[in-house]
Design a protein around this ligand. Structure first.
Ligand SMILES: Nc1ncnc2c1ncn2[C@@H]1O[C@H](COP(=O)(O)OP(=O)(O)OP(=O)(O)O)[C@@H](O)[C@H]1O
Ligand SMILES: [Mg+2]
Length: 384
């Protein structure tokens, strides 16, 4: 999968910008606040329709303007497709080849990216919902059905919560309808659990080795924590435990008008030698853990889809010593399209810069400084 071009209109600090990417390594250099992260964020939004940064969709629209448009041309299996996200103050629309795609779940598994963005450190430090949504995106990019099951689960959850509230207010004793909802919730939960346990087993097969190669340390794993106490996919146990949790906590759920047991409460814990990395790992180690997690995601995608997603790396080499930077670079393969940002080109390995197309960003203006990459180096372009 290759992003061939990107066009931005009124996105963040860009009034208008057009970029042609190299199919290999692309490096964006610029001082702070010039618009480097915004480029990667635009690509991320183009792929997934929303940003990783907290805040509202409307924050993406350039201040004092009304509509942001991100357009990208993506080459996939020798077919060029145009993807587009249009955002105004009231709505967001997604298009493939100029036709609107109504269901977001049908849009987002087409153009796939794996990203390391500044907020990603929050995957370790932040709330469980961020870890769940990261996992959902990862599995969803591989299996389109997964997102449909997640949508189904969320709508059943909403119905169940509303029904619990109604039961409570009206002091109803008839729970027949709740039994039907419970069964539906169990059916879809089993499908989701199957994917989650399977995907995490793939991640755990890879992440320890990757982290060892990056940091020299062994003992990294991810544990799937759920309030059912289930650690492997076991249909009967999941079914049985969910039913008994709901039965035994019926009054509690009724009082709170909320489903307290189920996969919407699950979490991931990054364990370094059996200890929670959130409290145990250093800042640099946390960065490397997330980079290892993202590289595992990238390699699993390649194993299953037989190609790489586009790899976005925002300021990945800062806070990381030279040896570990080089260890990251060893994972960047020639058949991968990589888009990297940096404030300082010195942070990036010279050979990598040599093979890359390099862009300079200043106040939302982008210039090619060196047109390298596998498109061939442009003669006469100035070297850094
Ligand atoms: N909606 C918006 N409208 C206009 N400008 C915005 C908007 N959102 C963000 N900006 C501005 O965009 C500028 C560039 O932000 P960006 O995060 O891309 O910088 P950066 O080059 O990655 O900097 P750093 O090296 O510090 O990470 C910032 O000055 C920010 O205030
Ligand atoms: Mg930035």
């Amino acid at each position: 999968m290759r992003l061939k071009s990107l066009k931005l209109e009124n996105f963040r600090n860009y009034e208008s910008a057009e970029i042609e990417f190299s199919p290999g390594i692309n490096i964006f250099i610029g001082d702070n606040a010039m618009g480097k992260t915004n480029i990667l964020e635009a690509i991320y939004v183009l792929a997934l329709t929303k940003s990783t940064r907290s805040g509202l969709d409307t924050d993406l629209i350039k201040l004092d303007t009304n509509k942001a448009i991100i357009t990208g041309e993506v080459l996939h299996d020798d077919v060029l497709k145009q993807y587009q996200i249009e955002l105004d103050k009231f709505s967001k629309r997604a298009y493939i080849n100029k036709s609107q795609v109504k269901k977001i779940s049908e849009y987002i598994s087409n153009f796939c990216v794996t990203s390391f963005l500044p907020n990603d450190i929050e995957i370790i430090k932040g709330s469980p919902s961020l870890r769940r949504s990261t996992l959902n995106i990862q599995i969803g990019s591989l299996y389109n059905n997964y997102l449909k099951y997640m949508n189904e689960y969320n709508s059943i959850l909403k119905i169940r919560n509303e029904y619990l509230k109604r039961l409570n207010i009206n002091a109803l004793s008839d729970t027949k309808y709740l039994d039907v909802v419970n069964q539906k919730m169990i059916d879809v939960s089993l499908k989701i659990y199957y994917f989650r346990f399977y995907y995490l087993s793939l991640i755990n097969d890879k992440i320890e080795g990757i982290f060892k190669r990056l940091s020299g340390l062994s003992g990294l794993s991810i544990s799937y924590v759920n309030n059912l106490g289930v650690s492997v996919y076991d249909e009967e146990k999941i079914k049985h435990t969910l039913l008994s949790k709901w039965k035994n906590n019926f009054n509690k759920e009724l009082m709170q008008g909320m489903t307290l047991y189920g996969l919407h409460r699950d979490d991931l814990v990054f364990l370094l030698n059996g200890k929670d990395a959130k409290v145990y790992a250093s800042q640099g180690q946390q960065r490397l853990i997330i980079i290892a997690y993202k590289i595992a995601e990238l390699l699993i995608f390649k194993d299953i889809k037989k190609e790489y997603p586009v790899f976005l790396l925002d300021d990945v080499f800062s806070e990381i010593d030279i040896k570990k930077r080089n260890n990251i670079i060893k994972y960047l393969k020639s058949e991968m399209q990589v888009i990297i940002t940096t404030t300082d080109i010195e942070d990036i390995d010279k050979d990598l810069v040599e093979s890359a197309r390099v862009y300079k960003i200043k106040n939302g203006q982008i210039k090619i400084n060196k047109g390298g990459g596998r498109n061939g180096r442009r003669k006469g372009t100035r070297k850094l």
